[in-house]
Design a protein around this ligand. Structure first.
Ligand code: GLU
Length: 357
């Protein structure tokens, strides 16, 4: 009887060990994904589930992961809190921290992909910045939400689930940095925040979305055409800050002295969110010419949400020394110009960057 008891106890112990070995082996088969949290509405909280008032960046990454049903069935997840701000407070410092951490993580064979949770206001800028400076073809996916975590029908949990599914998918290698929101996958180059509050705010009106991810099912349609990540010439290795680049918004009868004020304040580059095809009034064009003669790089972008700015349209760019933003909107043109200004370049070299990236 005593022997029988010992045999049973030993059998139970062996069974438990085998079960735990199998469970471990299964866990190891899942991809390893790191979620870097930066704040935003996805981490926001409000007093009422039906009111519009809330504060961004209130919930920490562990609680955000725990709030998403079944997310741990997609990947082995680790969370890191890089910042916890509304993305109106996103900064070059956080961009550099993110880029350095992502490059470090993706160098390791223990990390298969990265998800970044981010406010939507400046998400396209962070995505585009990372698209230029990440040195890996492993998936890097940004996501966020339009409704805070406490809202009725909060969109954050499903966006996060889908972002992890995309980052964990072997299909997603080599697509550059992507943005996942509202079941859609967008390239960092093409994505734009098009609406102030609706959940379908992220769109790629010039090129279209690159895929969909519906309850974790990833479909990718086409690769982005612009240079990114492993094909990009930009690097932030050892970079501590970026040159100042300001944006001036074009309108009827705009004030030319805004350009002079930016130059006096220390801007090394100026992006003009011009009217139409990157146009500006005669006084502003003269101020721009004066700035380019003084060595400031002036880029003509447009305040219009869709369409490219073309070289030598109504402005003779070679004569004025101005550069065309091509398809990049003013905020993305600013990001590219900040990185481009880390090195001295000819007009042709600078213009080509805006065509190729
Ligand atoms: N200001 C917020 C942010 O960008 C709102 C946008 C959001 O996250 O949806 O963080």
């Amino acid at each position: 009887m005593k022997n029988m008891k010992t045999i049973c106890r030993n059998l139970l112990a062996v069974t438990l060990i085998v079960v735990s070995i199998i469970a471990n082996a299964q866990e190891k088969k899942l991809p390893n994904i790191v979620i870097l949290a930066t704040g935003g509405t996805i981490a926001g909280a409000g007093a009422s589930s039906t009111g519009s008032a809330y504060t961004s960046g209130q919930v920490k990454i562990e609680a955000m992961i725990d709030a998403v049903p079944n997310i741990r069935t997609l990947a082995n997840l680790k969370g890191e809190q890089i910042a916890n701000v509304g993305s109106q407070d996103m900064s070059v410092k956080v961009w550099l921290d993110l880029a350095n951490r992502i490059n470090e993580l993706l160098k390791s064979k223990d990390c298969d992909g990265v998800v970044i949770t981010h406010g939507t206001d400046t998400q396209e800028e962070t995505a585009f910045f990372l698209n230029l400076v990440i040195k890996s073809d492993k998936p890097v996916v940004l996501t966020g939400s339009m409704r805070p975590s406490t809202a009725l029908s909060a969109d954050g949990p499903l966006n996060m689930y889908n972002a992890v599914a995309l980052a964990a998918s072997p299909k997603a290698k080599g697509y550059g940095v992507m943005v996942v929101m509202n079941d859609e996958i967008h390239s960092a180059h093409a994505v734009k925040k098009m609406m102030s509050t609706p959940v379908q705010t992220f769109q790629s009106p010039d090129e279209g979305m690159i895929g969909t991810v519906i309850f974790g099912d990833v479909q990718l349609f086409h690769k982005p055409h612009s240079l990114n990540t492993t094909a990009s010439e930009f690097s932030v290795d050892g970079v501590k800050e970026l040159p100042r680049v300001d944006i001036v918004y074009g309108c009827a009868d705009m004030s030319p002295d805004l350009i002079d004020i930016m130059v006096k304040a220390g801007a090394k580059g100026i992006v003009i969110a011009g009217v139409g095809d990157g146009n500006m009034n005669a006084g502003t064009l003269e101020a721009a010419k004066k700035a380019t003669k003084a060595g400031i790089i002036v880029v003509r972008a447009t305040r219009v949400p869709i369409g490219a700015v073309l070289i030598n349209g109504e402005v003779n760019d070679k004569e004025y020394g101005t550069i065309c933003s091509d398809e990049l909107n003013p905020q993305k043109a600013r990001v590219l110009l900040m990185l481009a200004l880390l090195k001295k370049r000819s007009w042709d070299d600078m213009q080509n960057l805006f065509i190729n990236y």
